[in-house]
Structures are given as C-alpha cells and as structure tokens.
Design a binder for this molecule. Structure first.
Ligand code: SF4
Length: 388
C-alpha cells in the first residue's frame, strides 16, 4: 500500500488516513506518493501552490523526514533514490537532496529528544523562548529568492498571528484589564482572567457515603454529601476523571478536607467535582474552609481570540469562544437555550463582558459558562481595536 495508494486519486474515497509510524510509535507521517518503477524508491510530495514564501523551506524538511521515516521502517537500508516536491501551481519539480547516513542517524537522535521535550509531556513556558526561526524567501517553484533569508531575525513576528500575546513581539492589542464595569444600572466587580480561581478547598463532615471503590488504575470512585452547619455540598467524581488521593479512613461522620475540587451550583445545590488533581484527606477539628465561602460566579472581560463553536441547528448545540486579557485567557461556553442572542454578533477581536458567569474548567483552562442569569455584552467591536 505504501507504493500504490489507490485511494489517493479516488474522488469517492471517504475521509480516512493510512499513515506510516516509526517502530517506536513516536513519529508518524503520510507520504503523498511513493514510486518504485526504477527499482529504487522515489518519495514525492504534491503541493497545490506555486511554491513562494517561507513554507517552501519547511517542505524541504518534510521530504527529508519522509526519507528518514522510510529508512527507519525498512531496516535502515539505503533504498530511497530521490525526494521530489511537485508544485502543481507552476508544473515544476524540485529535487530535495537526500540526507546522508550520518544525517539520518542524527535525525533519529534529534527527533526522539524533541518528542521527549515537547510531545511526551507539556513543556514549561521557560522551555519555549520566543525566538523565531529566520524568515526564508522562495520564488515560484520553491527556488530560493535573491535574498533567501530576511536580515531581520524577528521578521517572522511581523505577521505572526500570536504577535499580540507573545512576549517576543511589541504589537499592542489594547487587551483589557478591568476591575469593574457599569452596566444595567449596576456596578459589577470584574475578575481578570488570570485570577479566576477554578479550584476550591473545603472542610466538612461526610454523610451518605458511596464507595470508595478502588479501580485497577489507582483511581477512586466515591460520592458523598459534605456538611458544615446548615451548608451542604454534593461531592462526586468529575466527568473528566476521578481522584486518586483519597484517604482510606473515610467513613460517614468523618471530618475531611477536600482540596482542588471544581465547584458549581446545580438546582440551588453546591456540587464539588473531583478529578485526578483533587484530594480528600482526614481533617483535624480546628481545620476550617467553609462551604459558604465557595465562589462559583464570576464577571469577566476580554477580547475574543477565537470563536470555537457556533450552533448549526444540527450536531452543534453550544456557543464557545476563547477570550484573552492582559493576564491570561479563558474559555466561554453556553449551551442550547442559554446561548445569548448577542452571541450571533460576536466575531474575533471583539471586546466582550460576561456578567454573572459560572466558573468552570475545561482541559485545564479556566472556563466561564453562561447559564441561567448569565449575560453577554459586546463592549467594543473588533474594528475599534488594534488587529490581532
Ligand atoms: S510573535 Fe510569533 S514568531 Fe515572534 S516570537 Fe512570538 S510566536 Fe514566535
């Protein structure tokens, strides 16, 4: 199948992929075409463009990686005879020099280290310095321009879509940093996005305990009511994971400290969702973190970085955007009947306020949900503020 790939030219073929994976499964790629009618292997990549601009530099790396992948998946034999980029826009073929044996060995080492650094785990921010690669210029057919590399080492930042939020660029987005806002005859306190607290610690007494049941992977299923005076909260595993750090001594009547739970209010009741970042430990008598102090509502202001979902009357029933301010970013989401009418007018770059939103978390990011009582206000249109 590597050589023939009949589906590649079949317009009726469905959406599916058949990729080649490194034997250790940390790299995969999908060749456009591989020819072997000379007896040796030629790897061809098709480009619909005419081959101008910086990307043509990356295509050279792409072809060299295909060569390396073939070598790794065919007993490291010297089988690849040629690497070619076919620019359909100009009808020309560009030959890419094959990596030498030493370069192939070097690629294995470099790519595996890179995988370990940025893919196998989340790198820390200081491991990702804002140091752009030089901007390369190519003419039609992927031929290097007369000035092949921009003399300005930060040239890439000029048109980078992250220039407004990257510390490597001085582009000013006029991102908001508000502490309050006047609307609807009311002064609303505003929490900067970077200060939204999505996790809470609470102390109380356990009742109605179900579990704990320990699963084979070390996670613990349990639910109970946490009570403190007249206040109560329902504690349950989150939909996105179950806790691991749960005291084995938990019983009805024990006093426990829950840390890093995600709080919400459902039908007037406080709900605490536990996931693998949360813990439940026995608390001593003097320990205190009242349920009544839990903050589940927030007012937030930011510029819309992206519109991620919009209801389409079929499968999608939510409206979701990502917004940014000077301190960070947060997702905003509303479902079905809670999607505000004003959402239809929100576009990328607008400055918006969410009033009376519910604090949540999604994929480790703060999220503001618009539920009953939540409001969306468009403060400034994207045309009134600097472009992203
Ligand atoms: S602005 Fe873009 S190109 Fe420049 S350093 Fe930041 S992320 Fe890299």
């Amino acid at each position: 199948w590597e050589v023939a790939r009949p589906w590649f030219v079949d317009p009726d073929a469905g959406q599916w992929k058949q990729t080649t994976s490194h034997p250790e499964e940390w790299f995969q790629g999908e060749y456009d075409m591989v020819y072997d009618w000379t007896g040796a292997i030629r790897i061809v990549d098709l480009k619909a463009s005419i081959g101008r601009g910086d990307r043509s530099g990356s295509y050279i790396d792409q072809l060299r990686l295909y060569c390396w992948l073939w070598w790794e998946t065919h007993g490291r034999a010297d089988e690849v005879e040629a690497l070619e980029i076919w620019y359909l826009g100009t009808g020309s073929v560009k030959d890419v020099p094959r990596p030498t044996q030493d370069e192939l060995l070097g690629l294995t080492e470099e790519l595996e280290a890179l995988y370990g650094r940025i893919h196998a785990r989340d790198p820390a921010i200081d491991e990702c310095p804002p140091e752009p690669a030089p901007l390369r210029y190519f003419d039609e057919g992927g031929v290097p321009s007369q000035t092949p590399i921009d003399p300005d080492p930060r040239a890439r930042c000029r048109r980078c879509e992250l220039r407004g939020v990257c510390e490597g660029s001085e582009h000013d987005l006029e991102l908001p940093l508000e502490r309050s806002i006047e609307r609807f005859g009311h002064n609303w306190p505003v929490t900067p996005l970077g200060e939204i607290v999505t996790r809470v610690d609470v102390v109380g007494e356990v009742s109605g305990l179900r579990g704990p049941n320990l699963a084979a992977d070390g996670s613990v299923e349990l639910s109970f009511i946490l009570q403190e005076g007249y206040d109560r909260a329902k504690v349950r595993p989150s939909r996105y994971g179950t806790p691991r750090q749960v005291t084995r001594s938990i019983t009805n009547g024990s006093r426990v400290r829950i840390e890093d739970a995600m709080a919400s209010v459902w039908k007037g009741e406080v709900v605490l969702d536990l996931d693998d970042k949360s813990s439940v430990a026995i608390a001593d008598e003097s320990d205190s973190a009242p349920i009544v102090d839990i903050e589940t509502k927030v007012n937030a202001i930011g510029r819309v970085w992206s519109v991620n979902a919009f209801p389409d009357g079929e499968g999608v029933t939510r409206w979701s955007v990502t917004m940014v301010d000077q301190t960070g970013s947060a997702g905003v989401v509303a479902f079905r009947q809670f999607i505000p009418l004003a959402a239809a007018g929100v576009t990328r770059g607008d400055e918006i306020a969410i009033l009376n939103g519910e604090i949540g978390e999604f994929n480790g990011q703060p999220q503001v949900r618009i539920g009953p009582g939540g409001r969306l206000v468009i403060l400034r249109d994207s045309s009134e503020v600097p472009e992203f």
